[in-house]
Design a protein around this ligand. Structure first.
Ligand code: ATP
Ligand code: MG
Length: 870
């Protein structure tokens, strides 16, 4: 069975069982502070399990893109070494939200595997939760009884809390689970070792394929469990592992999900898969990681220096490293695999196909830049080795290479070993641990249980229409973090506060009770579909009615920027072409930022056209036309643009200003005239093929012009109120460059005469033509002098000191033949002599300079240099 058909058969099966089939949610989570990436099929449905929202159909099935590279589930280091863990994989799942429970979940899983897919019952094992004393939970007898109807009892195994009790996080819904395992070893091996003893023992051919989770408890902050009001089913089956079983192979990488990519890697690298362990690991790493990276970029997450972007960058770099070291690829090649990947997966995941060009560009650029880092790291490592006093390099140095230059430890290790060196692993680990500890402390967040004041209150956002309302507190909790200290999270029955989302910042404002007591709301965010208001304190009377007021000044400015963002998007597509797609935006009160796909720097004319386009829409005073709760299809039909990587419901909100129409949940001005004016303040690149524009509107533009005007008059003043200040400035510049030339000529003359004198002062010491002297020239004059003398003398060693504007400079020149024969290095020498002038420097072995703040030390340095000639 081909992988496409396997996926389809799963979806068809559950469709027949009355499940709604939904597309995979984007893998990158934008509004979940507890999770960066979807790491299991249930993550997109958290709000349903928590009871914060109701699904349309309480039976759902899908295949979900999952990434397990950070946080609670992190399989990254396994990937490549084993044959059944991936970074990115598809999880097939079926869900019941308060509908069917254990009986059906178990029976249907069994029917699908054994009847639809025709898997032999004799290669399957199932597990059941054995109970836990800690949690005072008995064994899951219910599940056991259902299983025993279907499978012989000697194939039902008891599992402990670690394997058979599933928890969403430290708090929240959880419950016992039943896993289904396959044993795909040969008969011969089965005869030798009983499969039962290998279940959950990390054997590559006795693996878990499906996990059926029975959510029936809620874990509270104090660790205790309570029953959930409604019971749910959450199942997850590894698609690639299922393909392995159904295609009769022994490794996920031998299924048709991976073989086309692996064949391409073989062709590009001229290596064969299956002939050498190291090469095989590298090929698996690359074939896996290219998928993770491509899917993330398609979902709008570009590699970057922070957060989720950094995780993606690290995955790609891991692939580059394995390619570099074991497949001998010293130039970018991973981007060339995107084509086969898209051919293979583009049908099931159309976002890949549509974003192909961008993915290739970004991957290629990332590869090139990391390869440059590797080159630089190799040079640094060479230097460390040549300066080493023993055969063991300090762990601190290796850590610095990794931390500051991104040069990976395993590569350092490999190179050192090749050259007969080692490094202090303990010291390295110590440094790493210290760093991780610092990171952990900074991000640690402790949250109490919610205190619920009013049950089952459907919370309503009314902030599109008003910025003030009377509200009641329905639940709150305390959270503590290193960064913000103690904070309270407040949830109201209704709220005018906009929660951060869609690029727009959350509202700030305050609450006031009848007695005039005020609580400031410092931020508003959404978590699992609940709008949470952040405050430093809890109101005195939590049961009071409060007047909640949004900071309207800030909100209005933000709205100007949000509407301007839409107009900018439209303008860019108009001026540059429809290849422009939004790749990210940040709408603040002070400015807006917009990232988009485009392949060249914008010209001055293009920028002006874009500005003019937006400003003409502002002058046109276009009214806001919004539609709330219209069906997604209808919105698309009307021309609304959907963004990749954004999760939309069945019904959406559209925001239209003239011809600009977008799917958007943000708040906007009532009329574009309110924006007053739009001004671009910067344009630049963020990644290959992605540009960023920053712009301002309204008050910020007024400030901008005011500031510019002030600067202009100040400048004019400095130019003695010249009538034509630009011309006056040009004259000054010309005069200045004339003067510079004259000085240069004078200095050259001076250097000539100095050179004549110096030649006679060079003396021979131990076979070296040597001179160390303080002279009166600037740095570039000294450099010229050094090289001129160098062309006239062999075996020359010069050290010149000079004082410029109260600062000290040291310049050292060493003939190339001396560098080689006497093992002298100008770079090292000036760095060491730098201590005399309280400074530092460096350069190349034959010429280097140091600068410092203590000219009095020059004489010392000129004396000390003689020791290098001994
Ligand atoms: P394992 O113990 O094999 O790591 P798990 O207990 O982490 O699996 P679950 O969290 O229960 O797995 O996920 C459900 C299913 O998803 C598993 O039964 C397996 O088929 C699949 N799966 C889990 N992790 C991976 C991965 N890293 N790569 C591919 N498939 C996976
Ligand atoms: Mg796992």
């Amino acid at each position: 069975m081909k992988s496409q058909d396997i996926r389809q058969a799963f979806l068809n099966f559950f469709q027949e069982k009355k499940h709604s089939i939904v597309p995979s949610a984007p893998m990158v989570l934008k509004n979940d502070p507890t999770l960066m990436f979807v790491n299991s099929g249930m993550a997109p449905f958290k709000e349903f399990f928590l009871g914060n929202a109701e699904p349309k159909n309480n039976r759902i099935a899908d295949t979900q893109k999952c990434l397990r590279v950070s946080g609670k589930h992190n399989d990254l280091e396994e990937v490549g070494y084993d044959t059944y863990h991936h970074t990115l994989f598809e999880m097939l799942g079926n869900w019941s939200f308060g509908d069917y429970f254990k009986k059906e979940a178990i029976a249907w899983a069994w029917e699908l595997l054994t009847e639809v897919y025709g898997i032999d019952k004799d290669i399957l094992y199932v597990t059941v939760f054995e109970g836990s004393d800690d949690d005072k939970l008995p064994m899951d007898q219910e599940a056991y009884d259902f299983w025993k109807e279907l499978i012989s009892e000697d194939r039902i195994l008891m599992g402990n809390k670690k394997d058979n009790f599933w928890e969403m996080g430290d708090q929240g819904p959880c419950g016992p689970c039943s896993e289904i395992h396959v044993d795909i070893r040969s008969d011969e091996e089965k005869a030798k070792v009983d499969g039962k003893s290998l279940v959950n023992m990390d054997h590559p051919q006795v693996v878990e394929i499906w996990n059926l989770v029975f959510m029936q408890y809620n874990r509270k902050a104090n660790g205790s469990l309570e029953n959930l009001p409604a019971k749910h089913i959450d199942t997850g089956m590894g698609f690639e592992r299922l393909c392995m079983v159904l295609q009769g192979v022994q490794s996920n990488y031998d299924t048709d999900v991976f073989t086309p990519i692996i064949r391409e890697i073989e062709t590009i690298t001229n290596k064969d898969y299956g002939t050498n362990d190291k090469v095989d690991i590298a090929i698996r790493v690359v074939s896996d990681h290219v998928r993770a990276v491509a899917f993330s970029i398609a979902d709008g997450q570009l590699p970057s220096n922070t957060g989720a972007g950094y995780v993606i960058r690290r995955i790609l770099r891991r692939a580059v490293r394995y390619g570099f070291t074991f497949l001998d690829k010293k130039e970018p090649f991973i981007y060339r695999l995107v084509d086969v990947l898209v051919k293979k997966m583009g049908k099931a995941f159309p976002e890949l196909k549509e974003q192909k060009q961008l993915i290739e560009n970004v991957v290629k650029e990332e590869e090139s830049s990391f390869l440059r880092t590797l080159d630089q790291g190799l040079l640094l490592l060479d230097r460390i080795i040549s300066n080493a006093k023993s055969k063991e390099i300090s762990g601190k140095k290796v850590f610095e290479l990794k931390d500051t230059y991104g040069f990976p430890e395993d590569l350092t290790d490999l190179i050192l070993r090749e050259k007969g060196y080692t490094y202090n692993h303990d010291e390295f680990e110590q440094k790493l641990k210290e760093q991780q500890e610092r990171g952990k402390q900074a991000s640690q967040l402790k949250s109490d249980d919610w205190t619920v004041l009013v049950e089952d209150e459907e919370q309503e956002f009314i902030g599109y229409d008003t910025t003030e309302a009377n509200v009641k507190l329905v639940q709150y909790r305390k959270v503590t973090s290193k960064k913000d200290g103690e904070m309270y999270q407040l949830v109201f029955n209704l709220t005018p506060f906009y929660a951060e989302g869609g690029g727009q910042v959350g509202d700030k404002g305050y609450l006031e009770d009848a007695s005039g007591d005020i609580i400031y709301i410092v931020d508003t965010k959404k978590e699992n579909n609940v709008i949470i208001h952040f405050a430093k304190n809890l109101p005195k009377d939590i049961h009071a009615t409060f007047k909640a007021s949004v900071d309207t000044k800030q909100r209005n400015r933000t709205e100007c920027n949000h509407t301007a963002t839409h107009l900018l998007h439209q303008a860019l597509r108009e001026v540059l072409g429809t290849h422009v797609e939004q790749k990210g935006s940040a709408v603040h009160s002070k400015y807006l930022r917009f990232d988009f796909s485009h392949f060249a720097k914008l010209t001055v004319e293009e920028l002006r056209d874009v500005e003019n386009f937006v400003n003409s829409r502002i002058e046109g005073k276009l009214p806001l036309q919004e539609q709330r709760n219209i069906p997604m299809d209808k919105a698309i039909e009307e021309g609304a643009m959907a963004l990749f990587g954004e999760k939309y419901g069945d019904t959406v909100r559209t925001v239209r200003f003239g011809q600009s129409i977008e799917l958007c949940g943000g708040t906007h001005v009532k009329n574009t005239g309110d924006i007053w004016h739009f001004k671009i303040v910067s344009e630049g690149a963020v990644a290959a093929g992605i540009r960023r524009i920053e712009a301002i509107t309204n008050d910020a533009v007024k400030d901008f012009y005011f500031e510019n005007n002030r600067a202009y008059f100040e400048m004019k003043d400095l130019l003695n109120n010249a009538k034509e200040p630009v011309k006056a400035l040009q004259n000054l510049q010309e005069e200045n460059s004339d003067l510079k030339k004259q000085i240069e000529n004078l200095l050259k003359e001076k250097a000539k005469s100095i050179k004549g004198d110096l030649k006679n002062e060079i003396s021979e010491v131990n076979g070296v033509q040597f001179l160390a002297k303080k002279i009166d020239l600037d740095a570039s004059g000294i450099k010229d002098l050094c090289f001129e003398l160098g062309s006239q003398f062999d075996n020359l060693f010069l050290l010149f000191g000079a004082e410029n504007d109260g600062k000290a400079i040291l310049s050292c020149y060493i003939s190339k033949e001396l560098v080689a024969s006497k093992d002298l290095n100008a770079g090292t020498i000036v760095r060491e002599l730098g201590k005399y002038i309280q400074g530092g420097g460096g350069g190349q072995p034959f010429f280097a300079t140091a600068g410092g703040k203590n000219p009095d030390g020059l004489e010392h340095a000129l004396q000390a240099v003689k020791s290098y000639l001994d």
